[in-house]
Design a binder for this molecule. Structure first.
Ligand SMILES: NC(=O)c1ccc[n+]([C@@H]2O[C@H](COP(=O)([O-])OP(=O)(O)OC[C@H]3O[C@@H](n4cnc5c(N)ncnc54)[C@H](OP(=O)(O)O)[C@@H]3O)[C@@H](O)[C@H]2O)c1
Length: 346
């Protein structure tokens, strides 16, 4: 058994870690923090956990030593606390963006702020398990990837590694409202958010940097662009990725690349059916699961290879992926606590 704590547990990502770990057979949850709700039961913020736990939120100043600490703070916050936090926990998984990018200058140019703890950037392993399994196993510090980055990297990695596509990659992402976190804003106000198909970020999405960082290990000169659209969905993320296949690449080779890399991956499924309603990946049936579903189609007319990837942003896109990493870091079976198959109909 290991003792874990969650820093930032009143938010959506922290709450999801809590939900998953309350059913994990090898974990005891010591402390969960919130400044605003310190002293109140966690069910106040996470009503789905009523009768599952009697835990009460602690103030972050009361954090005690634990075996592994999850940090689920807004981007740019964990680096301020990190020097103290590393004295409290030998193992840390940070879900924010502060330690995802290896280079300080890359972080500062995409996030428009100074990194206040650059000395620890080299200590963190980027937490896409399928690409960094061995490093994560040996590491004490893992940076949880962004959700758009997770689904995009997983969708593209076999194609880039097997040299099947040209450098230009265009990612069209459909985003849900929970990606914005708990804090309300004018754009999350119900009359403004409900029913939208809002072009939220046609260019300049920060996760571009993570995707380039990770895929550049397999190909040089990648030219990646993301266009993000907010749609009327609470949980879930769908990417439609437009690529140009290298000359002569066949559908059979694409299948082979995905099978070679993912046949033994517990949480990746290739979804490409000839018939039925769910012929391609669909976030709706992934809610609460740690799966990343990936499909593709060769467009012989426009000479594109279109890839479709779907995840639950709060599970495979953050908390589930982090628990998968925790399992590796602690020597537990990788799928432990993440077995939920999803619901249908939903
Ligand atoms: N939401 C997603 O789909 C998603 C996907 C991938 C990655 N992530 C990453 O996960 C992290 C958390 O995201 P979220 O959506 O869960 O955010 P959130 O819902 O806004 O939750 C943030 C949490 O941090 C606490 N907090 C905020 N500012 C703090 C500060 N300065 N000091 C101490 N505690 C603070 C909040 O509680 P109090 O204010 O009460 O202390 C709350 O518990 C982000 O870095 C994000 O990049 C999120």
């Amino acid at each position: 058994m290991i003792k874990i704590s969650i820093f930032g547990a009143s938010g959506y990502a922290g709450g999801e870690i809590l939900r998953i770990l309350l059913s994990h057979p090898k974990v005891v949850i010591e402390q969960v923090t919130s400044r605003q709700f310190a002293g109140q039961p966690v069910s106040q913020m996470h009503p789905n956990l009523r009768k599952k736990t009697d835990l009460v939120f602690s103030h972050p100043d009361e954090l005690k030593k634990c075996s592994l600490l999850f940090i689920a703070l807004p981007n740019g916050e964990s680096m301020k606390y990190m020097p103290k936090l590393r004295t409290l926990a030998k193992k840390i998984i940070d879900l924010g963006a502060d330690y995802r990018l290896h280079k300080q200058t890359t972080f500062e140019s995409w996030y428009k702020q100074k990194h206040v703890n650059p000395g620890m950037l080299k200590d963190f392993v980027y937490g896409v398990v399928e690409l960094h399994r061995l490093e994560i196993k040996r590491s004490s510090f893992v940076a949880g990837p962004g959700c758009e980055a997770t689904v995009s990297i997983l969708s593209l990695y076999p194609l880039v590694k097997h040299n099947l596509i040209e450098e230009k990659i265009i990612i069209d992402a459909k985003m849900s409202s929970s990606q914005a976190g708990l804090k309300p804003s004018a754009s999350s106000h119900h009359p403004e958010r409900a029913g939208v198909v809002r072009s939220y970020m046609p260019s300049g999405h920060r996760h571009t940097a993570e995707i380039i960082q990770e895929l550049s290990a397999y190909a040089k000169g990648l030219d990646v662009a993301i266009s993000a659209t907010a749609i009327d969905m609470v949980r879930g993320l769908l990417v439609t990725i437009h690529t140009i296949p290298k000359k002569g690449v066949t559908e059979k080779e694409v299948w082979k690349a995905y099978r070679t890399e993912y046949a033994n991956e517990p949480f990746i499924r290739i979804v490409k059916e000839r018939q039925g309603l769910y012929r391609f990946p669909e976030p709706k049936i992934l809610q609460g699961t740690n799966y990343c579903d990936i499909g593709f189609e060769m467009d012989t007319i426009s000479k594109r290879l279109v890839i479709i990837g779907a995840i639950d942003n709060l599970v495979k896109g953050t908390a589930g992926q982090a628990v998968q990493a925790m399992n590796l870091m602690c020597g537990f079976p990788e799928e432990m606590g993440l077995e939920f198959p999803g619901l249908h109909p939903i």
